[in-house]
Design a protein. Structure first.
Length: 188
């Protein structure tokens, strides 16, 4: 639903992270997303609470385009609390996609399945935050299997939300502290 021309674009980057976003995560998004948008990057995410919604909101507010991949039909707003974002994405020529037919409700197993689409649409996945067992880790794993870039923003070792990005960095993901590092990897 929306601007399906975005699927033809070449500069798509996924941003994922914790539903329980910290102030640090919010700050990182505010620092990185505007610069990516200025360089024509389209942000792909899951419209979930926390990092996903914040990345997509900041993208739109900076004049960018975003693609939301849902774990429900495109006509079912999930999560319902993000109806504002759903409407904002469509109003600003973004795109809502899903592999599920209209009327399909979201469920736990569908969230993990949709993560492979988030990474598959993108040149790479930037993990902002995430606890040890998180959808962000699953999305990064999908990206690696699909031959996509995996980037991660480091966090304090004492923060639960830093577990996924710090683990990813220790295991080969590229450490990102500014948008330029993502852009350089993409040759932009």
């Amino acid at each position: 639903m929306g601007n399906d021309e975005l699927l033809k674009e070449e500069k798509l980057v996924a941003m994922v992270g914790s539903r329980k976003m910290s102030e640090y995560g919010k700050w990182v998004i505010g620092k990185i997303v505007p610069e990516l948008v200025r360089k024509g990057i389209i942000i792909v995410s899951g419209m979930a609470f926390g990092v996903d919604a914040e990345a997509q909101r900041v993208c739109i507010e900076n004049g960018g385009k975003t693609i939301a991949v849902l774990a429900s039909g495109v006509d079912v707003i999930s999560p319902k609390g993000n109806e504002w974002l759903y409407r904002m994405i469509l109003k600003n020529k973004g795109l809502i996609v899903s592999e599920y037919k209209n009327g399909t409700e979201a469920s736990a197993e569908k969230f993990l399945a949709r993560n492979r689409i988030i990474s598959g649409l993108s040149l790479g996945v930037l993990v902002i935050e995430g606890a040890k067992r998180s959808g962000a880790m699953a999305t990064a794993a999908n990206a690696a299997k699909q031959g996509r870039e995996v980037w991660a923003v480091p966090g304090r070792i004492s923060d639960e939300n830093s577990a996924t990005p710090n683990w990813l960095i220790k295991n080969g993901a590229k450490l990102v502290s500014e948008a330029g590092e993502v852009l350089e990897d993409l040759g932009i």
